[in-house]
Design a protein around this ligand. Structure first.
Ligand SMILES: Cc1cc2nc3c(=O)[nH]c(=O)nc-3n(C[C@H](O)[C@H](O)[C@H](O)COP(=O)(O)OP(=O)(O)OC[C@H]3O[C@@H](n4cnc5c(N)ncnc54)[C@H](O)[C@@H]3O)c2cc1C
Length: 413
């Protein structure tokens, strides 16, 4: 058994695998209610699984034609008190550990000249946040649902209240569905959100351009060694490049640009002409060492623009008795604390607990309890991530980044 395998076993023993299978309870606030969840991302699928386990009648609607229809994004680490706890309650923690990569937690922080300042290697004792590919996590959750739960190819346009009671979901294919409860887990541009809040996400001043190095081990061994099994963060001069290993060995890159939306528009990046994108990126990172620039040169001819949006820490929110939001739909934020998925899954767990835990006599009071906890938590989390973003992409980086890592090692972050 390798060190990382023994780390996995220890994690499973420490966290335990208890499946909380509550029987269908006729007195539960969700008994007999038709529940629509919009969005089959990590948040919506976790919520669907937990509610189904507890007797809920759930349908999930997603605009994608299938689970495999699109690039699901890079590797994610799941934290014990949020993402892993939700999977534990969903009875899926063993599947997570079987697929996860504890070694993926290795992290290096470098400056733009290539000097290494932080070099964290996970040990069995510190491997509490294993990495998993987003696509694998989605598959574990999806496979746990009753067949036919997810209706693919259904793009929600709006939710409306029926005059005689209940909610009507309107889809882009001119169809409608009726539901008693609607939970919006449909990401940053949620179509359920207008039911509870007029606030929209704003641009966070950062744009990522995502790249990918498929054959790092064979064609770019220096980059492969530098990134290792985990991730590197190269920061300095108000710019950053993040690179992370994924399970099939490929390396995913994010060039982080601190530029206005107008500046990004003026660049007129043409993603059908990857060579021109690479040329513009290399020009933008002028002054960086050739070793760091090599990551941009090595990227496959495949770049994706990802402007980063955020909600404000405090939001206008009008509680509804039968509608609420989870995950990015409720609180999209930049990824610099690496918590978005974890918080999305924590929302799903807390909403399911509020609805089925026996503490609330009706759905409306369960939703109020869930929302007050979620909004208070997210006020702190969004303030924190906006603060960390200014540290990661700053003129004096990696100075503040090193201090952040030192604080985390002391258990303060
Ligand atoms: C570049 C980048 C890197 C990131 N890295 C990390 C990281 O390392 N760690 C981490 O924890 N988080 C990370 N995040 C954040 C993380 O991706 C999100 O917080 C997380 O995916 C939120 O999950 P969700 O289920 O709420 O929403 P989503 O994952 O956005 O899922 C929403 C679902 O709703 C569907 N949908 C959307 N609109 C509609 C509609 N109108 N009708 C029907 N369906 C719809 C979509 O197809 C999708 O399946 C990163 C984000 C970005 C942009």
């Amino acid at each position: 058994m390798t060190a990382s395998q023994s780390g996995r076993v220890r994690n499973i023993e420490r966290i335990g695998i208890e499946v909380d299978m509550t029987e269908d309870d006729a007195t539960s606030p969700i008994a007999g209610k038709k529940i629509a969840i919009v969005g089959a991302g990590p948040s919506g699928l976790t919520l669907a699984r937990l509610l189904q386990m507890r007797g809920g009648s759930v349908t999930v609607y997603d605009l994608d034609p299938s689970l495999a229809a699109r690039n699901q994004g890079g590797s994610l680490d799941l934290h014990e008190a949020s993402g892993q706890l939700a999977l534990k309650k969903a009875g899926l923690l063993d599947l997570f550990h079987a697929a996860a990569r504890p070694e993926g937690q290795a992290t290096r922080v470098l400056d733009h000249h290539g000097k290494i300042y932080v070099d964290l290697r996970p040990s069995d004792e510190t491997s509490t946040r294993p990495e998993i590919d987003r696509g694998t996590l989605q598959s574990i959750l999806f496979d746990s649902l009753e067949p036919g739960t997810v209706k693919w190819g259904r793009r929600l346009l709006s939710v409306e209240r029926n005059e005689g009671g209940g909610l009507c979901l309107r889809f882009a294919d001119d169809t409608t569905e009726q539901a008693d409860l609607v939970f919006g887990s449909d990401g940053a541009w949620s179509r359920v959100r207008p039911m509870v809040s007029p606030d929209k996400p704003r641009y966070s001043d950062i744009t990522f351009i995502e790249g990918r190095i498929s054959a790092a081990d064979t064609d770019w061994p220096d980059i492969s060694r530098l990134v290792g099994e985990g991730a590197i963060m190269v920061t300095g001069d108000n710019r950053a490049i993040l690179a992370q290993r994924n399970s099939d060995g490929h390396i995913r890159l994010y060039a982080c640009l601190r530029e206005t939306e107008e500046w990004i528009a003026r660049q007129a990046f043409d993603f059908t002409d990857p060579a021109s994108v690479r040329t513009k990126l290399l020009a933008h990172y002028a002054g960086w060492s050739p070793e760091m620039l090599q990551m941009l040169t090595a990227s496959d001819d495949q770049f994706v623009l990802r402007p980063i949006y955020t909600h404000e820490p405090t939001q206008h929110w009008t509680p509804q008795p039968d509608v609420t939001l989870t995950g990015d739909a409720a609180h999209v934020m930049p990824p610099f604390t690496g918590k978005g998925v974890n918080l999305a899954m924590q929302d799903a767990l807390e909403l399911a607990d509020a609805l089925t835990g026996g503490e609330h006599a009706d759905v409306a009071s369960a939703l109020r309890a869930y929302e007050s906890g979620m909004l208070a938590r997210m006020e702190k989390e969004i303030r924190l991530v906006l603060h960390d973003q200014d540290i990661f992409v700053s003129p004096i980086a990696p100075q503040g980044v090193i201090e952040l890592f030192e604080a985390r090692l002391r258990g303060e972050g």
